[in-house]
Design a binder for this molecule. Structure first.
Ligand code: ARG
Length: 588
């Protein structure tokens, strides 16, 4: 369906034309004086110069052509030349009825669906998942769902950090602790054990221990670097250890992401890119894209129009080791070969923006991806604690993701148990669902690029701009609809027939924005716009609810219209939270 704002603009364009003016002046926007009107058009002011006429005269000419409009209840020209518009109730109701009848609720999905890869999550294997990776998971999952809702073919790829120095560290520490394991035998013959020589708990202890040892002990560090090198160059025993690390960690990661309701289509990682690196380096040298600079192999990516220095993209260190940029370029070769995506969206910490700029330019310059492929970096800010510093545990350590989730669930459980008489079991389940909304909405309601403060008290509140408030509103609507249906009537299939009061119309005017909001959120990769929209919608609904007797309404025609509006509002809210990555409980 066309956006309502475009339909209104068309109506105005007709009037401009009939009055002898260019249609292009007929741009309509939401009113910035909601006390006076609902929409406005400032085109008369814009046209004044061209027509050498007072803007008010133009506005009046246009208004005179709108007298019999099907669209407006009130149209007025006001000084110095605004056209104020109030839309007809029947017109809005009809638009909403069409939304109800359409399975996409008016959304214009892509005419030519694209293949889009969303690269998000990006955890580093064997290191515990911490809150830094939370943002990437939450934002990326939402971007993936929004793109899918828009009809695209979307692949979410976790892009594991599974090939770096941390692997060398773990191998080194394991070797010191258990030197007799077959992985470390010089000339081991045959198979290696199937069972991993550590549990996830041990693994999580081994990594930080090794990492701090390496910082203090130069010998140890060199050994770890050497182990990394050997692993990357095909050492059989180390590769077997690597496989164990992967199996143990990935199982744990899956559990954690599952809990976050984050699902990846592809579990590829940096290691999968290795196979493409030697060839890539070879032809980059041969074709003259890469050259040696201070011992390292680099690709120049500076462009003439740059106002600052953009350092070259490094693809091989002097010791032959590959780098972060190397794996990202090689991964692009693999993605191009396997999926030919029209677009790839990377969701990572905004401090990586130079890295992605270099990689994107190098990829385009060398033809790894065609010029038309859109490579997009969506960088996010830091999640801070109330002290304004990166979020930490009370003891000052790095907060593990599962502990953070646990803490929120605990807080939610107390709030739910406090003023309700639900069974413990149900309260626990509900706390999980509502807790997830608190975390995700708390994050997504901020513009991704901005830092934000993770405030447990605020995020878990049932009031204000929070996930629990949105869920509370949905649950309220569900409860009204259930009561309505308990009386033997059906809510499905009702239509908006009459519009009776002011708060009802205000709610309708919010609901009509659904398609525009989702489309814009996709174009701008901006889930926060969906949050802002559902907050307004929830507010409009709650105002309507407080001012209107719905279940006690005796006029059946009125009641049916209310019910239809409730059904639609619920569907909109549910669709929106679904693309944000959380869901609503039945009761709370
Ligand atoms: N593993 C990286 C990190 O923890 C994030 C990966 C982002 N994706 C990419 N293709 N580079 O910082």
């Amino acid at each position: 369906m066309k956006r309502i704002i475009d339909l209104i603009t068309e109506e105005l364009a007709e009037a401009f034309e009939q009055a002898g003016y260019d249609r292009a002046y007929a741009k309509v926007t939401l009113s910035n004086r909601p006390d006076l009107c609902e929409y406005q058009c400032n085109g008369a002011m814009a046209g004044a110069k061209a027509y050498k006429k007072a803007p008010l005269m133009i506005a009046e000419d246009v208004v005179s052509k709108l007298e019999n409009s099907q669209c407006f209840e009130e149209v007025s020209a006001v000084k110095p030349g605004f056209i104020n518009l109030k839309i007809k109730k029947e017109y809005v109701a009809e638009y909403l009825n069409q939304m109800l009848a359409d399975e996409k609720m008016g959304l214009e999905t892509a005419k030519e669906p694209q293949t889009i890869v969303v690269d998000y999550g990006g955890p580093n294997v064997a290191k515990p998942l911490h809150v830094g990776h939370l943002r990437s998971a939450i934002i990326g999952e939402s971007i993936k769902r929004i793109a899918r809702k828009m009809g695209h073919q979307v692949l979410g790829d976790i892009h594991l950090g599974d090939w770096g120095y941390q692997m060398g560290l773990i191998i080194t520490e394991l070797r010191i602790r258990k030197p007799d394991l077959p992985y470390f035998e010089e000339d081991h013959q045959g198979e290696y054990p199937e069972e991993a020589p550590f549990t996830i708990g041990e693994l999580e202890e081994i990594y930080p221990t090794a990492s701090s040892k390496a910082k203090e002990d130069e010998e140890y560090r060199k050994e770890a670097l050497q182990a990394t090198y050997l692993l990357q160059n095909g050492h059989k025993g180390y590769r077997a250890v690597w496989n164990h690390i992967m199996n143990v960690s990935v199982a744990d990661l899956k559990k954690n992401y599952e809990r976050l309701n984050v699902h990846f289509d592809l579990w590829k990682g940096e290691a999968d890119a290795q196979a493409y690196i030697p060839d890539m380096i070879e032809w980059m040298k041969k074709d003259g894209y890469a050259h040696i600079d201070e011992g390292a192999l680099v690709i120049d990516v500076q462009e003439e129009t740059d106002t600052k220095d953009i350092p070259p993209c490094m693809i091989q260190k002097s010791d032959g080791a590959s780098l972060y940029g190397t794996t990202d370029l090689a991964t692009l070769i693999q993605r191009e070969q396997d999926y030919k995506p029209a677009r790839i969206i990377y969701v990572a910490d905004k401090r990586q923006d130079l890295h992605f700029l270099q990689v994107f330019r190098a990829a385009k310059k060398t033809g790894i991806v065609p010029a038309k492929t859109e490579l997009k970096f969506l960088g996010f800010g830091t999640m801070n604690g109330k002290d304004g510093k990166p979020f930490k545990t009370r003891e000052g350590g790095v907060m593990r993701l599962e502990n953070l989730i646990g803490e929120i669930e605990e807080e939610m459980y107390e709030k739910i148990a406090e003023n309700r008489t639900v069974a413990e079991e149900e309260a626990k389940e509900t706390a999980k669902i509502v807790g997830m909304s608190a975390i995700k909405y708390g994050d997504l309601s901020n513009q991704a690029a901005k830092d934000y403060v993770f405030d447990v008290d605020r995020f878990t509140s049932f009031e204000g701009n929070t996930g629990p408030y949105i869920l509370y509103t949905i649950v309220r609507i569900k409860s009204i609809l259930n009561k309505y249906q308990a009386g033997g009537k059906t809510a499905e299939g009702t239509r908006m027939d009459v519009v009776c009061n002011e708060s009802e119309k205000a709610l309708m005017l919010e609901a009509v924005k659904y398609n525009e909001v989702i489309e814009t959120a996709f174009e701008e990769l901006a889930p926060h716009k969906i949050c802002a929209f559902i907050y307004d919608l929830a507010n409009a609904f709650n105002r309507f609810y407080h001012e209107t007797k719905i279940l006690a309404e005796e006029d059946e025609r009125k009641q049916k219209s209310y019910i239809a509006l409730l059904v639609l509002t619920k569907q909109i809210l549910e669709n929106c939270i679904n693309v944000l990555g959380f869901e609503a409980p039945e009761r709370m």
